[in-house]
Design a protein around this ligand. Structure first.
Ligand SMILES: [Zn+2]
Ligand SMILES: [Zn+2]
Length: 368
């Protein structure tokens, strides 16, 4: 249990140029919070910041907002989740977000680059939230989206307050690295398929029957999907099953622009290693000038699509009529480790409480 009166988080907030601040009786108004860093929707917004606000200019202007952890959670859960989602699902998410934030505050992260390989015939790489040095978390999507207190909503406040201080722990009392993704596709994945090569407690691979929405009525299916997704497609069931294709030319271009490698024209692409859920973790590319193995799951998703494939839980097959086209059949949306949001929202709608939801998705975990 987190000591809620004493636990504070330091949030680093980017600004567009020199911070423009207006102090009010209780809060500080920041006129130029910079959001969407590096994305096409990058812009400045006004945000209302509770707690202490410190301006730094080393090496660039930014704000450090020091505020109670529980207030921070009201903001981030409110901006990441649909406030109309089932309350037990929101409570489960509040506990996950709190566990994640506590991990950042106490610095529980393991070294990020351990095990990465960049050699002529192998790229083994992944991304993770890196450690920030002068604050605990940033305010952008890199960590969790924090835009001050305008996202407060009664359902979100109830979800945070009714779980105040609660986090997920392993049996040996270690804070659980509570990962989550949109849809596991029917089976969850282990940590080592996506990040460093060790395993983490309570992140296991098991069958998840809950994210298959095909047997639900249209009304209930919509209820589940709109809990998680801003825009959704009833036909793909939140990424449960999908199909796409990629050309040899696309793979060649992606390999060069995203990974800086040129192995000539792509002759074949084959999955050579899979994780526990069937997610591809290593793919072998045969080119006219050489071959290259590439992993882990996020890198494979980047290689095979203009931005990302939904997931790497895929099969790849050459089109029998056009050998330069690879047909991909996939399932799941995201890395599939830890909680499956579509499955968890469905469980909440079917009457399971947050404790039942979390003990299903983080086997062996305890909440206290
Ligand atoms: Zn960050
Ligand atoms: Zn699932």
């Amino acid at each position: 249990m987190v000591k809620t009166g004493e636990t504070y988080i330091n949030v680093g907030i980017a600004t567009t140029g020199k911070p423009i601040l207006k102090r009010t009786d209780n809060n500080t108004i920041l006129k130029n919070q910079r959001i969407g860093l590096g994305f096409h929707w990058e812009r400045s917004i006004e945000s209302i910041l509770p707690g202490e606000v410190i301006v730094t200019d080393d090496p660039v202007y930014q704000i450090i907002n020091r505020l109670p952890l529980e207030t921070y959670l009201q903001s981030v859960v409110g901006s990441e989740m649909n406030p109309d989602a089932p309350i037990e699902f929101l409570k489960a998410h509040a506990i996950i977000s709190r566990s994640w934030a506590m991990g950042k505050i106490i610095g529980a992260d393991t070294p990020k680059n351990e095990g990465k390989i960049f050699s002529p015939d192998l790229i083994l790489n992944w991304e993770d939230t890196c450690d920030h040095h002068s604050f605990d978390v940033c305010a952008d999507d890199h960590c969790q989206r924090y835009q001050g207190i305008q996202h407060f909503n009664p359902n979100i406040i109830e979800a945070i307050q009714s779980t105040t201080g609660l986090c997920l722990y392993s049996k040996s009392d270690q804070l659980v690295d509570a990962r989550f993704s949109k849809c596991c596709g029917g089976k969850t994945e282990v940590f080592s398929s996506c990040w460093q090569s060790h395993e983490q407690p309570c992140l296991e691979s098991f069958e998840d029957p809950w994210c298959d929405l095909s047997t639900l009525s249209v009304k209930n299916k919509e209820l589940v999907l709109k809990s998680i997704l801003k825009e959704y497609d009833l036909d793909n069931n939140g990424g449960y099953r999908w199909e796409t294709q990629v050309s040899a030319e696309d793979i060649k271009r992606n390999l060069y622009t995203k990974f800086g490698r040129d192995i000539g024209d792509i002759v074949n692409a084959q999955i050579i290693e899979k994780g526990a859920s069937g997610r591809a973790t290593l793919i072998r590319l045969i080119g006219s000038k050489g071959s290259l193995d590439l992993g882990k799951e996020l890198m494979i998703r980047r290689l095979l699509a203009p931005t990302h494939l939904y997931s790497s839980r895929i099969s790849i097959e050459k089109d029998t009529h056009r050998p330069d086209i690879f047909k991909i059949k996939g399932s799941g949306w995201g890395h599939g480790v830890g909680l499956c949001q579509i499955g968890a929202a469905r469980k909440a709608i079917e009457g399971y409480n947050y404790r039942e939801i979390l003990s299903f998705y983080y086997p062996g975990s305890e909440i206290h």
